[in-house]
Write a protein that binds this ligand. Sequence first.
Ligand code: HEM
Length: 675
Amino acid sequence: VFVTLPANPGQGQVFFQSASPQFSSQSAAQGLQGFLQFPSQRRPVNGFGFSNPPPPLGSAQDPATQTCGLAPPGCVNSRYRSIDGTCNNLRRPAWGVPQTPYGRLLPYNYADGVSALPVSVTGQPLPNPREISLQLFPEKLLVDPIWNLNAMQWGQIITHDMSLTAGVTQSQGPGGQAAGTTLQGFGSDKESVTCCDDSGQLTSDAVTNPACAPILVPPTDPIQVPLGGQCLNFVRTATTRDRRCTPPQAPAEPLSVVTAYMDLSLVYGSSQGQAQPIRAYQGGRLVTLVRGGQEWPPQDPNVTQTCESAQSSNEPCYLTGDIRTNQNPQLALLQIILLREHNRLADTLAHLNPHWSDEIVFQEARRINIAQNQHINYYEYLPIFLGYENMIKNKLIYPGAKGYINDYNPSVDPAILDEHATAAFRHFHTLIRGYLSYISQDRQLIGAVRLSDWFNRPLILELGNSFNDLTRGLTVDNMDFSDQFWTSEITQFLFKRNNTFGGDLRATDIQRGRDHGLPTYVAARGACGLPVPHSFQDMTDYISEENVRIMESIYASPADVELVVAGSLERLVPGAQAGPTFLCILTEQFYRTRVADRYFYENGAEREIAFSPSQLESIRHGASMARLLCDNANDVRVMQPQAFRLIGESNKLVPCEAIPAIDLTLWQEPVGHFK
Ligand code: HEM
């Protein structure tokens, strides 16, 4: 089913083929009413050009046979997911595996059709990303009245499960990211690149290295100019072109280096090499170190590189399934919660089933941990952001369902859409707060820390009672409002280390969008079936007059307006935390993530993989964010049942024992059931 949309300036006809039931052209004011109900059975989606049919199996374009993302020689249909996502799709065993390109809704928009950063329709460079950040995404503290900071933070967990741009580490200097970015392996000759140094000066690499695209400081910059800064660091994502996986004249396809599946790869790793050092190989557990009577992840062997703000190599610096773990304290905190949850499940399962081997206990605990996580994501987290009704209409959730939901679709590519990872989901950087509260057991504020003091330095979690106080803080602080206002902690102080100022995450997001050749705002709206603006004036239908005027003063043409920028300025769709264009992309992504996963926890089509009906019911009844926090922060005794929502009349604190739990005795097996 192809939908032909009205022509839009500079882009010609746009063809949109959604994998998900999508919504029709609705203005934000019309809200969630009237979304089109497309049939759930769709033509295959291949992630390599939205409108093209998938390449024939085994052909040169077949991702499974490309060297970016290696397919195994053959697949065994295992009860358990592989660590690297291979063989989830038995016909296309390399779908969703690390080192494969992001999926795309729309073609690449490079200036030269191959890899050059896009330019204006006038042929001039696009406006300066830092200038856009300063003018359209300033600081103003407006907090969300309903949802807490945990809802923000959990989004980063979901993100880290789904994608990671190749070549970008999180040990990033004040230049915005990556003082010494490591390009991860696979034939890349660019071991470590710095385009703009710690003092904001262009390096020799900046001109000679094609991986460099530093963000220049505009003359109007009130922070960087007085410091004498010339630039903010920016290193381009590694692509299929860098690795010679696509022909020289084909568009460079940026790569993601983690599994696309929602499989807790951030806990378990995306490769055997990552998984091996974090497994205890005893009792099905993951490795932990006990300090101060609490369990912590093992130590990263390379503290100074991974936790670059650490003052000594003896400071805690965690090794987990994801290289970004130490980036900020709340992220590390939730990673530790998920790690402890694995071990809690493993210990219980091992106790119930003393005859199980380490491997069986590990895999069964992993399987339950992933299922709980999927349940929390789809039924607790996503409805807040995508809208509950929208999710039901588009077949992302089935509230009240009894039994299995057999909607696995092997024709849907699980690759994470670039429009999602590089534009839509990054919009939620707006939700970040600059300070983290310490909250006591009786929910009193007892302290606070500044985010930028603790980037890449997880030590703080182990000081005194910080871990528990910060866990309560996540559930008591409001998240920031979903709007155009960003905290300066990430637009002026990102990864500042010992410097006065640091990088700018919004400018980085904008530059990353160009780096990946994202489609324009106009093209994306067209692809979503939304009214396409032909002038700046047209945009005032869904973006405030004031912001449209600023865009008009920055951009040479409405056709230049970028998805990352204007998508974040749209009025929110009622009941959701994004405007219509980003909501379309997010809905499409999370539909695909669900139906492209053969191991999705609600799928019962294959008996050997499925949970039993009673186990599934127990997961639906007992998996919750509140339970996860209660069980794994070791001094959180009361919690509100909806742990992404602020405490209130309809969401009162209750003793942890009153919050439903999964009945793990349903996993007790008679001796001999497992080999
Ligand atoms: C304190 C919290 C956070 C910090 C400091 C942070 C920082 C960053 C940084 C430095 C990058 C890489 C930028 C680049 O070089 O392109 C990034 C990427 C990203 N962030 Fe955040 N982030 C935070 C929270 C979140 C949240 C809450 C979400 C969504 C709900 C999110 C979504 C994303 C996405 C989708 C990417 C791209 C992932 C990829 O494919 O590589 N982030 N973030």
